[in-house]
Design a protein around this ligand. Structure first.
Ligand code: DTR
Ligand code: CA
Ligand code: ZN
Ligand code: ZN
Length: 543
């Protein structure tokens, strides 16, 4: 009887699937009640109701009308505007705060209004805001009832949906913008440097319903603008940089303090170009807002489509950045071993372990990317509960090129996604790491021969090494064959014994090893029984 050392790799193929579920929206929580959080990830950004935004605009118009036709920062029209927004926010469950705008503002200017939505990571604050004051000449419905009303409606929609929050969301309504961005500057300088550094982004909305407006994004090429820009780009609207409004609204106060900023504007007194009219509609050669800073900036001075899109753009940015990816639950992921090696055509395995690092355990789906060509990866099981582990089987094919590959293993959890790297070295079947000794060695009865080869391959031997042996011998069952590695270890690759004789021919072996590739590898053949003899013709080892 003859035994071999051929390894058979069993590859467990598992289907990879993502765990997903549809999220219901909750009803608006009454004030004072416990908020019923929608758990887990990925609520779709909501459509902000244009009807509701316009209802807020009508309220601001009435406030102006009953207060001398203006909402200038120093007037009762302004403080009535603050009260309106404040009351709506409080009813929805916001924590609101008036920030006195003095010193630093025009004498007699009313306060800024700040609203925090409870929840999310307070060390990562995403802010959006708009100036709430008008110029003295008019009610300021486009400038800037539009930004104020839209921001209010986005805040109310967030409260109504009440999703789980990853980042903390804060809104601001600024006083005294029209006198030189004074309210926002006072707010930013009122913060401690710690609180300032917690604000990771500020998005500004000033004049977002201009009747002949366009789609302008502040600092459009910066990271802070990514979501706003993507929103308009996805609509095919080819947004442009807000050059007209650069440094002329409250985002400048934040930017001057080192906070990344962006925002949306539809344009003021500058003239729409024919190229802009061609892509956005409207009239070329006319101002974006021909009532800019005038008494005609009333509810009639609004472009509904442009206004509606700005609201949906802000919702998109907030939901993308701050909603639903973490409720304090998290996990980590790692590969053990983190490196491996395999001959082309064979399968490498490693264990992917996960750990719950905060909160309760969660389901983690596993996928792999960055595979060498011709290779496939499977996980068994395809998803784990954090704390558990899975076996990654990386099956290469004969055509997989030799080389070292960093395979990225991605664990997609319910509140977070993490990756780890498994580095696998694939040894080629072809040249480079295969060494041959073609010298014939006569095999006599009851004697041993040793045939050495010198390997110049670098690094570790890629386990299992492949051995191919050609022997002319009429009784393979007479032979015990061993491989000796450069470090002196012997591996028995074929044992003698058996009830009848077969001729040897060419046989191949896969030999698990753990040692360096370079040095002398020796094939040792011992004939342990009488009568049959022969010779070692050639052999090779692929390390
Ligand atoms: N802060 C604006 C000034 C302004 C001028 N042009 C634009 C264009 C887009 C937005 C704002 C502006 C104001 O309130 O008047
Ligand atoms: Ca909408
Ligand atoms: Zn203005
Ligand atoms: Zn403005």
């Amino acid at each position: 009887m003859r035994r071999t050392a051929v390894l058979t790799a069993t590859v467990a193929m598992a289907l990879m699937g993502l765990v997903g579920s549809a999220m219901p929206a909750t009803a608006q929580a009454p004030p004072g009640s416990t908020r019923n959080e929608v758990p887990l990830a990925a609520l779709a950004p909501p459509d902000i109701s244009l009807t509701n935004v316009k209802a807020h605009l009508s309220q601001l118009q009435s406030i102006a009308s009953s207060n001398g036709g203006t909402r200038r920062s120093t007037t009762s029209g302004y403080t009535a505007s603050v009260s309106y927004v404040e009351q709506r926010l409080q009813a929805a469950g916001y924590t609101t705060r008036r920030v006195t705008c003095s010193p630093g503002c025009t004498s007699g200017a009313g306060p800024d209004l700040i609203a925090d939505w409870p929840g999310g990571d307070e060390s990562q604050v995403i802010m959006a805001g708009a100036h709430l004051d008008s110029v003295s000449a008019g009610p300021g419905i486009n400038d800037n009832g539009s930004g104020s009303s839209m921001t209010l409606e986005v805040a109310l929609t967030l409260a109504a949906q009440n999703p789980a929050m990853s980042k903390h969301v804060r809104f601001g309504w600024w006083s005294d913008e029209e006198q030189g961005l004074l309210g926002s500057r006072a707010y930013v300088s009122s913060l401690s440097s710690t609180d300032r550094s917690r604000i990771k982004q500020y998005l500004n909305f000033d004049m977002i319903g201009s009747t002949n407006g366009g789609y302008f994004v502040n600092n459009i090429t910066t990271a802070a603008a990514v979501d706003l820009r993507a929103f308009y780009t996805n609509l095919g609207l080819q947004p442009e940089e807000n050059t007209e409004g650069a440094n002329r609204s409250d985002d400048a106060s934040f930017r001057n303090a080192g906070i990344p900023t962006s925002g949306v504007a539809a344009g003021a007194s500058a003239t729409k170009t024919s190229a802009q009219a061609a892509k956005w509609g409207g009239t070329a050669g006319r101002a974006y807002d021909s009532c800019y800073h005038q008494s005609c900036d009333t509810t009639a001075n609004i472009n509904d489509t442009v206004l509606d899109r700005a609201g949906d753009a802000l919702a998109y940015a907030i939901w993308t950045q701050a909603v639903g990816t973490s409720t304090g639950r998290d996990f980590s992921i790692g590969a053990s071993p983190a490196t491996g090696s395999v001959q082309a055509g064979q399968t490498a395995t490693t264990t992917i372990g996960t750990t719950t690092t905060s909160g309760t355990a969660q389901t983690v789906s596993l996928t792999a990317s960055g595979l060498p060509s011709g290779a496939t990866a499977s996980f068994s099981p395809a998803s784990v509960t954090s704390g558990g582990s899975s076996t990654l089987s990386l099956a290469t094919s004969a055509s997989t090129p030799a080389g070292t590959y960093a395979v990225t293993v991605t664990g997609t959890g319910q509140t977070a996604t993490h990756t780890t790297t498994y580095t696998v070295t694939v040894g080629g079947t072809g040249g480079g790491r295969t060494f041959t000794n073609g010298t014939n060695f006569t095999i006599n009865d009851l004697s041993t021969i040793n045939s050495p080869v010198t390997s110049t391959a670098t690094g570790s031997a890629v386990s299992p090494v492949q051995v191919s042996v050609t022997i002319s011998h009429t009784c393979a069952e007479d032979l015990r064959i061993r491989l000796r590695g450069p470090n002196g270890t012997y591996y028995t690759i074929d044992s003698s014994g058996g009830s009848s004789c077969t001729s040897y021919g060419t046989r191949t072996y896969s030999v698990p090893v753990s040692q360096q590739a370079a040095g002398t590898w020796t094939l040792q053949v011992t004939d342990e029984f009488r009568l049959d003899t022969g010779f070692l013709d050639t052999w090779s080892v692929t390390v």
